[in-house]
Design a protein around this ligand. Structure first.
Ligand code: FES
Length: 156
């Protein structure tokens, strides 16, 4: 009597690719957002013969990286730059993320300093309403006249 032999799965086969709907469902990012990321060069998809997008499984980590970077306020252009700087366009590793998050923390600190300063200046405007070029620190945010030295710089 011949016994049936069940073949073992081929573990050398490449990991299955994901359709855009799979990526959306697993990453929590809308399909339209994924298309937008692609248009900005943040992610790339292969195409099937029927012109449907297919992504490697590593796309999920790449999308997570983009979302977290966006959450801390990093502009998409800067995120794209960081991704493009990685060798062979690879998905950021834990080491990449440690390095980039350290750099971005410094930027975040600077933004917090700037926003704190703006908030403090706004405190002085609440209840004022003058919007004076001379007196209002928000109106004259660059304080260009301070470059001309102290004292009045306006003619009547
Ligand atoms: S509105 Fe008067 S100081 Fe800003």
């Amino acid at each position: 009597m011949a016994s049936a032999i069940t073949p073992l799965p081929d573990t050398r086969a490449p990991a299955p690719e994901l359709a855009v709907g799979d990526v959306a469902a697993r990453s929590g990012v809308a399909v339209s957002t994924l298309h937008f990321y692609e248009s900005k060069g943040l992610i790339q998809a292969a195409r099937t013969g029927g012109n449907q997008r297919r992504y490697p499984r590593a796309i999920l980590r790449r999308v997570a990286f983009i979302k977290v970077a966006q959450r801390v306020g990093i502009p998409l252009a800067e995120i794209a730059e960081a991704l493009q700087a990685l060798p062979e366009g690879r998905t950021p590793t834990a080491t990449d993320w440690r390095r980039l998050s350290r750099e971005w923390r410094a930027e975040l600190d600077e933004r917090i300093r700037t926003l704190t300063q703006l908030r403090n200046q706004l405190d002085g405007c609440i209840g004022c309403g003058c919007l004076s070029l001379k007196a209002c620190p928000l109106r004259n945010a660059q304080d260009a006249l301070s470059q001309e030295g102290p004292g009045p710089h306006f003619e009547d």
